[in-house]
Design a binder for this molecule. Sequence first.
Ligand code: PHE
Length: 449
Amino acid sequence: METGQRDSFGSRFGVIAAAAGSAIGLGNIWRFPYVLGENGGGIFLLIYLLLVAMVGIPVMLSEFTIGRSTQRNPYGAFRRLAPEKPWFLVGLMGIVAAFMILAFYTVVAGWTLEYLYQAVINGFRGLSSDEINVMFDHFRAGTFRPILWFLIFMFMTAWIVVSGIRKGIEKYTKVLMPFLFVLILVMDVRAVTLPGAMEGLKFLFRPDFSKVSAETILEALGQGFFSLSIGMGTLITYGSYINKKERLGNAALNVTIADTLIAVLAGIAIFPAVFAFGIEPGAGTGLVFKTLPLIFQEMPGGYIFSVIFFLLLAIAALTSTISVLEVIVAFFSEELNITRRAATLLATAAVAILGIFAAGSWGWFAGMHVKNQNFFGILDFTTANILLPLGGFFIVIFVGWFMGTDRVRAELTNRGEIKAAYMPVFVFLVRFVAPLAIALVFMNGLGWI
Ligand code: PHE
């Protein structure tokens, strides 16, 4: 099965849009603000940016390189590059991470549908900050609705994945992502002109060095991996669909810049409002859902903006969930030799079961706790802060030390067609800087050193 038969992206913008679509999602708009809020604000942002540049870009480019050179799912890619060696375990770990991420991420995606519904029926109108709090907590502690929305979202994801890469994923992402960007800018303008906005901007941008801890740094690393969709083979899989003429280095750089920009813009929308309305920045997973409705109340045209915003947020989540499901589907269909349809069905059913537990984390399954974390929190922490950094570590080690410089060069230069002057820097980063940084942050964060 060579390139000719394999589905692929149709255009350069399509590639960037799809990879950026995977990267940009709830990780930027929901997770980034809440994790930053819990981890000291500005200092978190600073560490985050450093880690994205030093570790994030090398891991992303490594994934594209592995994916395009093998044209395989993460497991198959390692099998092909290192037959008879245990590297395929890195691919398998990615598949496991994909299951776990989908199970909790799609739950939050389901919340965006509830909020879209509330926006449409004008459900936030006239509610005070306290009432909006209660509304969210109440919704999330329910049994039926969180599960229903989760299942609906899972179904939508599966439906798009079944239609394949070019006709499914690419078509939707290309048109919709630019809209989201513009809308966040509009919300930024509203947020920074709220009375008391300055306080929020200071929280976001002024690093308070007394707040650094080993855990903060690990959280920043985990958030970086999560937000960039790296460390578990999503971008190996997408890389395998990238046309041989694309410049991988440019793609990695552009996707990283777009993703980081959206996270920072989301922070600029959220934190001024957090302070203006007296919300606790460390409020946790509900932060964004408790803040956004209040911003809309203060906006002329708030009704229509809120409807469009939650719609776009749901779509941004969808372009991420499809990329995670695609990892599992590519694995099942290529390794078990089953059809795309059967693979999607199998994966979706398995995730649905796990997700029903995750969706109940504040409701029927709230009794399940490990060290203060509910089931949702366990999935979130384990994937972002453990499995993804670990995967990323092995991916850069593999590309830096085991894949072979010729093979890497062939991908970065499109077999000699273009120059890749940055190659020595990249090699240095993947061999030394990125693995060392990940190892240090990781062991330090878990209290091992
Ligand atoms: N990067 C996505 C987001 O920020 C989430 C994601 C994580 C997608 C891991 C794929 C893999 O929303």
